[in-house]
Design a protein around this ligand. Structure first.
Ligand SMILES: NC(=O)c1ccc[n+]([C@@H]2O[C@H](COP(=O)([O-])OP(=O)(O)OC[C@H]3O[C@@H](n4cnc5c(N)ncnc54)[C@H](O)[C@@H]3O)[C@@H](O)[C@H]2O)c1
Length: 111
């Protein structure tokens, strides 16, 4: 029996490799990403909606979006983040909202 994985940040550098690997293992994949730093090219080999993976384009800062993405999910691989230190110095509020509040949203929705 296959499991369903939610991969947040699945269009990013790390997340897209995880998407590839989880699909390779024959599991179900749902990606939640707002494409702020992620790239659609990272997912070009993944056939969303038809074959294996589902894409939800949305923001982890929005709890309702995360709750919707979490429905029916067995495992969460949380890679959505703003990873730049320089960006966090220039705009700490946004980095905090995404990395801290966004992560809390993922945890609350998973609970
Ligand atoms: N790249 C590395 O070498 C490395 C090493 C260690 C840890 N990490 C960690 O892995 C995680 C991912 O890093 P990465 O290098 O893949 O970064 P990345 O910028 O390539 O990927 C982050 C993904 O999150 C998405 N995202 C950002 N904000 C979002 C939001 N509000 N809602 C939904 N999606 C959002 C982006 O669009 C992107 O697809 C980070 O936590 C980073 O600190 C990365």
């Amino acid at each position: 029996m296959t499991a369903t994985y939610l991969i947040t940040g699945g269009a990013g550098f790390i997340g897209s490799h995880i998407v590839d690997e989880v699909l390779r293992r024959g599991e179900q994949v749902r990606v939640l990403d707002n494409f702020s730093t992620g790239r659609r090219e990272n997912l070009q080999e993944v056939e969303f909606g038809t074959r294996k993976a589902e894409l939800i384009e949305g923001d982890i800062r929005d709890l309702a979006t995360v709750q919707r993405a979490m429905e029916g999910v067995d495992y969460v691989l949380h890679q959505a983040a703003l990873p730049s230190v320089q960006r966090s110095v220039q705009d700490p509020l946004t980095t905090n909202e995404v990395n801290v509040t966004g992560t809390l949203n993922v945890l609350m929705a998973a609970r």
